[in-house]
Design a binder for this molecule. Structure first.
Ligand code: NAI
Length: 438
């Protein structure tokens, strides 16, 4: 079996951690058990570009139990857990191409390794795999990452693209990229936007990113949040979670937004709301979770206090203008794991965490398994749905079918031992009619 990982001797530790995560993933386990009996994915080749974590390992194992051949590469150069990669190779015979800290060329050479296996289904987190496939389809050699350009001579591009029956996308940023392809009428296969499922973004983005972002900041800095000014840029699903956790730990939370409705929501949720140019002068911690570019930039770094700490939890490392910060700095040095000190001409120090990449995966372990249970149950069911309906779907971005979303919620409740009410016949009639008033 081909693979490219850091160190196979880490496999035992990785296996223990995969099993530990599995304890908190009852829904995925349940789906995995059904898959292993029914084998709905027999012979299906799946290329997965996801953060290589314990939770992703459990997803890959469930898909394999369903009969699929799964190949895994990382969806971020810094998020790979090398022990998990080793365990997947050694104990589960799943080829992994991922190393924590890989450079851009290696990152894309790993994506290429997964594509070389001519997948039927692609699973993505941030759309790097899908966009690479589309560059191949469009013969867009200029934009193509170098390792892919070098590799395409080895394969028949048309067969590669035509073989894909569909894909899934895990995160907000990826869905935005794919919707843009769809709008241009250039999407080559149907995509299921897993992020849009209620049982994904309501829990994963809010509670998962909320808790794990704080976890990453604390592991990297060991700073006290209580009493600090904690600036959250972006009050979407992730931002709400981060703000709530920071406030819960005693920080004075400031929200910066561009959407008036979200800003108003933040005001009524009890936070200070102001433009980033104001917040920059006050904040002790800054976290970006917008999915947008250059949210914190030179003009803001100028205004910040000595010792300000910057972190990003949005998908790509574009939210903090790291290049701009470097240009302003007279020196840069690593002062702790995942903490770089940028000293500016004025003598002021700004600390950047995790090189501006998603801090929850770089300095901590990503989302807790209990929320990834639902996100990845949606992934597993969406893959099954795509395969079952191959040839019948249009080249569009679809939401997760409502019945699958509800199934995930019901299974999760069941695993927690929580029962809920059912509508009576009278209530069903009432709720579906217009005639009855007072
Ligand atoms: P969302 O769309 O719900 O929220 C983003 C918010 O940022 C919106 O309210 C938008 O108005 C605001 N915004 C955009 N540009 C801004 C700017 N310049 N200044 C201030 N606010 C701005 O998106 P969601 O789901 O909260 O995701 C945010 C990012 O986090 C995405 O990149 C997503 O892919 C990523 N993500 C990261 C996770 C992680 O593990 N770290 C997990 C889930 C999502």
């Amino acid at each position: 079996m081909d693979y490219h990982i850091k160190d196979i001797s880490l496999a035992d530790q990785g296996k223990d951690r995969i099993e530990w995560a599995s304890l908190e993933m009852p829904v995925l386990r349940f789906i995995g058990e059904r898959f292993s009996q029914q084998k709905p994915l027999k012979g299906v080749r799946i290329a997965a570009c996801l953060h290589v974590t314990t939770e992703t390992a459990n997803l890959a194992i469930a898909l394999k139990r369903g009969g699929a051949d799964v190949f895994l590469c990382a969806s971020n150069p810094l998020s790979t857990q090398d022990d998990v990669a080793a365990a997947l190779v050694k104990f589960y015979e799943i080829p992994v191409f991922a190393l924590k800290g890989e450079d851009r060329d290696t990152y894309y050479s790993h994506i290429w390794e997964c594509l070389l296996r001519v997948p039927h289904i692609v699973m993505d987190d941030g759309a790097d795999l899908t966009s690479t496939l589309h560059m191949i389809a469009f013969k867009d050699y200029e934009k193509m990452p170098e390792p892919v350009r070098r590799g395409i001579a080895e394969i028949d591009e048309k067969t590669l693209v035509d073989n894909v029956v569909g894909g899934t996308e895990e995160t907000t940023t990826g869905v935005i990229r794919l919707r843009s392809l769809e709008r241009e009428g250039r999407l080559k296969y149907p995509i299921i936007a897993v992020n849009d499922a209620y049982t994904k973004h309501l829990f994963d983005n809010r509670y998962g990113t909320g808790q794990s972002t704080i976890d990453g900041i604390l592991r990297a800095t060991n700073r006290l949040l209580a009493g600090s000014y904690f600036v959250v840029c972006g009050y979407g699903w992730c931002g709400k979670g981060v703000a709530r956790r920071a406030a819960g730990m005693g920080a004075k939370v400031i929200v910066c937004e561009v959407d008036p409705i979200k800003a108003l929501e933040a005001v009524m949720d009890g936070y200070l709301v102001m433009p980033i140019a104001e917040a920059a002068k006050i904040g002790d911690f800054f976290v970006t979770v917008t999915g947008d570019i250059s949210v914190l930039r030179k003009e803001h770094f100028e205004l910040m206090k000595d010792g300000a700490i910057l972190a990003n939890s949005g998908h790509f490392d574009v939210e903090i203008d790291v290049k701009g910060l470097k240009e302003m700095a007279i020196s840069v040095r690593r002062v702790r794991d995942f903490v770089d000190e940028y000293r500016l001409k004025s003598g002021k120090r700004i600390f950047l965490l995790g090189e501006g990449r998603l801090i929850n995966l770089v300095a901590a372990e990503g989302h807790p398994a209990a929320v990834m249970d639902m996100s990845f149950a949606n992934q597993a069911l969406s893959v099954e749905y795509l395969w079952k309906n191959r040839g019948r779907l249009e080249n569009k971005v679809y939401s997760v079918p409502e019945e699958l979303d509800k199934e995930v919620a019901l299974l999760k409740l069941k695993s927690m031992g929580i029962k809920i009410d059912e509508l009576t016949q009278e209530q069903k009639r009432y709720l579906s009619s217009w005639e009855m008033g007072t």
